[in-house]
Design a protein around this ligand. Structure first.
Ligand code: ADP
Ligand code: NI
Length: 216
């Protein structure tokens, strides 16, 4: 099967699989990560086919299972890709991308690939900028968190348990996670986009505090 046809079939499969997913990791998140991965790949020496398939399949597992069973994503992707008779070497690469995208920074794995670097950057970049701000307030609203509380200070040294409780004002999430992401980029292209989106968020925060105090 030609590559474009495989990509189209993968798009259909991902759309269908993610149809009931919460909005933070729905098809449109995958769509943005896919588009941005292709963009970043232009200035990297990467296999574009792997980049596209990896990006499309990176969040294929139901997020309910994400923390509990990290094998579900790679397994789902493998089962699907096998129906397209893809080369086992390609399937292996995609599985490695899916299982390593979220905990690579913790040095828990030795798997490395430029395609993974690109997709991981694109995935993190979707938490930054205008989209990132929208996702953060959407998440906070879903948890019934306040948007901001000047008495509750951000805490960047949270334990895993504290982080999971997530009962903090949404603005704190900017300091606890979003503004730290620009220093975690793998690729030059990702770094550049992160800096732009970071600057936009800082500008947003300045405006936010001004409005909070009735200054503008
Ligand atoms: P991922 O690991 O894919 O980023 P998360 O569930 O941590 O998954 O985040 C999904 C989206 O929700 C991201 O845009 C993230 O910034 C946002 N988010 C996560 N935790 C919080 C929080 N405590 N407050 C506001 N937004 C959050
Ligand atoms: Ni993702």
């Amino acid at each position: 099967m030609e590559q474009q046809k495989i990509i189209n079939k993968t798009i259909d499969f991902v759309k269908e699989t993610l149809q009931d997913t919460e909005s933070g990791h729905d098809w449109w998140h995958t769509y943005r990560v896919w588009k941005l991965s292709k963009h970043i790949a232009k200035t990297e020496n990467a296999d574009n086919f792997i980049v596209e398939l990896g990006a499309l399949l990176h969040d294929i597992a139901d997020s309910k299972f994400h923390d509990k069973n990290e094998n579900i994503g790679p397994k789902k992707a493998e089962e699907f890709l096998k129906t397209l008779n893809l080369d086992s070497n390609i399937i292996e690469q995609i599985k490695n991308i899916i299982s390593n995208i979220s905990f690579r920074t913790r040095n828990e794995t030795t798997f490395k690939s430029v395609e993974l670097d690109i997709i991981q950057d694109a995935d993190r970049l979707d938490a930054l900028g205008a989209i990132g701000i929208a996702r953060a307030f959407n998440f906070g609203g879903h948890k019934n968190n306040t948007i901001y509380n000047p008495y509750i200070k951000p805490n960047t040294n949270m334990t895993k348990e504290e982080y999971k409780m997530r009962d903090k004002p949404t603005i704190n999430h900017f300091y606890e996670k979003l503004l730290l992401l620009k220093d975690l980029m793998n690729t030059k292209g990702g770094q550049k986009i992160a800096e732009q989106r970071h600057a936009f968020m800082e500008q947003y925060l300045t405006e936010f505090y001004n409005e909070w105090e009735g200054k503008s």
